[in-house]
Design a protein. Structure first.
Lengths: 65, 181
């Protein structure tokens, strides 16, 4: 299942995406956008943010610097 | 807030900051905690971002900040797209690559992930507040107050129940005993 979306993308970004498709790095623009969104969501997960803050707490309270 | 920290006592570690911690600490009225580092390197792109969102932060801690223009770095280039890094984050990571064992200050998850991929140390605003408690630059009461004020006074987002957990840990903190040499 998929959802059709309409969005504005900066010209330069679109140009780079087209070049990637032309060079064979991606099947089409749709796959680049889907992959970009997937990677963005992966790297901004709440669990991940909290894991980093836990590391901050450990460093803050128990660090040796 | 405690008295401003004497510059000469600052930690000697090389520190590079992204915009987040500078903005968040200033929002909390705790920007002077950065004075615990001898110098904080701030790439041009980050400087511009802070000036746009929180110009007073730069003025308050200007003597502690060193504006820099890091060269592009191939290793950071190679992961820039993967982590959707913005210009400031990218520049801060490049500046960290200039130094050995630099500490990156950032509250951005993607930048933290990228730092991990590059084997860099990175910590954020909450780490800095708790470090100040450990190093006795903030009292426990001040630290707890600042942590509690994060949702109201700062643009740093932390899930309320998670923040409560952090506050509990800070409240339970007792400094390690120091032995006479």
């Amino acid at each position: 299942m998929s959802t059709l979306i309409q969005t504005e993308i900066p010209d330069q970004l679109m140009l780079q995406a087209k070049q990637m498709v032309e060079r064979g790095w991606a099947v089409d623009i749709n796959s680049i956008i889907t992959e970009s969104l997937r990677r963005y969501l992966e790297s901004h997960q709440e669990g991940l943010s909290e894991q980093f803050i836990r590391e901050d707490v450990e460093w803050g309270l128990k660090g040796d610097d | 807030m405690t008295d401003p920290l004497p510059l000469s006592r600052g930690s000697v570690i090389k520190v590079v900051s992204d915009a987040g911690p500078i903005i968040h600490l200033d929002e909390l009225g705790a920007i002077d905690l950065l004075a615990d580092f001898q110098l904080v390197y701030v790439p041009d792109e980050v400087w511009i971002e802070v000036e746009r969102h929180r110009p007073q932060a730069i003025r308050r801690i200007a003597a502690q900040l060193s504006k820099c223009s890091p060269p592009n770095c191939e290793r950071v280039d190679s992961i820039k797209a993967v982590y959707s890094l913005h210009r400031g984050e990218y520049a801060a990571l490049c500046q960290c690559m200039v130094f050995k064992n630099a500490l990156l200050l950032t509250d951005d998850t993607a930048a933290r992930l990228a730092a991990k991929a590059l084997a860099m140390n990175a910590h954020g605003t909450i780490g800095l507040l708790l470090r100040a408690l450990r190093r006795s630059h903030l009292s426990k009461d001040e630290t707890l107050r600042l942590l509690r004020e994060i949702p109201q006074r700062s643009s740093l987002h932390v899930r309320p129940s998670f923040l409560a957990e952090i506050i509990e840990q800070a409240a339970a903190f007792s400094p390690a005993p120091r032995f006479a040499r």
